[in-house]
Design a protein around this ligand. Sequence first.
Ligand SMILES: [Zn+2]
Length: 685
Amino acid sequence: MKSGWIERDAETIATQAAKAGVSRDFALLIYTTRLLGRDPKLVLHGGGNTSLKETMRDHFGEETEVLRIKATGADMASIEVAGMSAVRLASLRKLRTLGEIDDDELVGVERASLIEPMAANPSVEVMLHAFLPHKFVDHTHATAVLSVIDQPDGEKKCAEAFAGRMAFVPYVMPGFGLAKKAIDVFERTKPNDGLILGKHGIVTFGASAREAYERMIEMVTLAENFIQARRKSVAVAYTARKHAELVEVAPVIRGACSEKDKKTEGAWRRLILEFRATDVVLNFLARGDLARVSQLGVITPDHTIRTKNWPLLLPAAEAGKLADFSRASHEAAGQFIARYHRYFEEHNKRVGHIKHEVDSLPRVVLVPGLGLFGLGRSKRDATIAADITEAWIEGVSNAEAIGRFEPISEADMFDCEYWPLEQAKLGARKEPPLTGQIAVVTGAAGAIGAATAKAFAVAGAEVALLDVNFAAASETARAVGPSALPVVCDVTNAASVRAAFDAVAAAFGGVDVVVSNAGAAWQGRIGEVDEDTMRKSFELNFYGHQRVAQAAVKIMLAQGIGGCLLFNVSKQAVNPGPNFGPYGIPKAAELALMRQYAVDYGADGIRANAVNADRIRSGLLTSEMIASRSKARGLSEKDYMSGNLLGREVTAEDVAQAFVHHALALKTTADVTTVDGGNIAAAMR
Ligand SMILES: [Zn+2]
């Protein structure tokens, strides 16, 4: 591992910080924290932490010794001054005299000792940093180090790998107990460079930010060299067969890893998928001993809140045998859930039934020959699970290559997984109602499409924005959010629609809601309009919806957890306007299409509904059209746009909310919701 320290960069940060009144030491700590945080072999997603001891003036102008420490869950790669909390050192050090302290009390003392009362809670490892006397302390869960120490003889291997330069602290659950144990070991052995925390990670320290950082790099390099020198090869059992495609397999896995809501009939707890298939992943999945090594546990305790202790291991998915794979996946997922319940029950009993079980669904799925899936309630969580699993694969593979992988016990793992301070890293957020769902919007770059994509994202769904104009879809997606997926899709082309839905299944794992919205208007007096115009309109305004709905239903059936098809039918479907036949007639057929889907797929839990909107500013009703039509009727533009029973202009956002409502209305199918401010001629009976 190479040092990332660049003198010029360090100087730039220190100079900039000085202008903002930040000390040079603190600025360089920010710099090394980012260097550590940006290397996934050292630190992943909120793991790891760094600190500095210095004096500062408090609110009374008094010089105070403080510990500046990373806030809990903060990401080291992008840390800013605000991501490091300043805590009075004297009060933290006093805690060392206590035998034990309750977590709540400890957090209370920490908070009471913050210089800024609104600062974020310090890292759960704050006491470890406070007790060590060094000015700078860095702590990571470096993968190579974990491979060396997650062993039955981890202490011996550690002595060899680090040539006696690191003191060894046997495993203790992170927190106050570990901090006390670590300082005891330090004072007894006085190591120069740092500490190894058994089955957990590594701590280095130094008199400067650079010294602590460079020691981390040096020690991790020693671990890498140790592994390299001792690596033995692994027997591969898996023989290549023809595998099913990712886009066929993902929805099956997604369905198997969903859970029926116990309270609301028709509701499911769903997860989003993130797929990985590097050579390292595929080689790991080809191991002859995969069934054993995959079920031993995580490489460091704080990963367990992201990945659970074990992945769900599925059989290979052979091409042409998807039904077999589906059956096997459901069976294996059922066994996983039962195992998780047993694990929870057993250890919750041990601690006196004080814990509440988190959902028992897998967060990692392994499919030999295909790759791994990270699962989460959002794309972000799924990505974190996948990143951690890639590190886990590397850590376990190397541990087995130099000995035998042995993580902490299941009981210790449970204590970490259900430690309130670990759970707090996930944040106590209330989930929006469509969390875990995947919504596809067609015509997503248009006014109604864009508003709908935004509304679904706000409601918690992951959103794919399909549009014939990819550049416009991409721009809208950027406005919707970091995980919004723009996909080029021409709904008049069957291959384009298939490719678009494949892209959605590959990116998120499946689909739950489709808002079939793409459309365009043609005009002509019906007795005289040429057939070509009618066919063009039918191609887009009827067959376009049919292709999209068919592609969605195929995925929904593979998932087996229901779904929701939503159509933008427009008022023309029920209230034809003069010379609007070429548009209104395929829209009327679209309304019939919606009802047919409701009839044919109701038993599969797939609902079909429509929104009947009118007079929305959009690509179909441009500003020029509004100007000319209002003028033709002798009305102001405002009166024209709000010429309805309520006298209110209807917006794209109003239509978007109607779609969201339908996605949530689990007992409603074959329904049309009118969003037109009131037009009795277009009212549904
Ligand atoms: Zn740690």
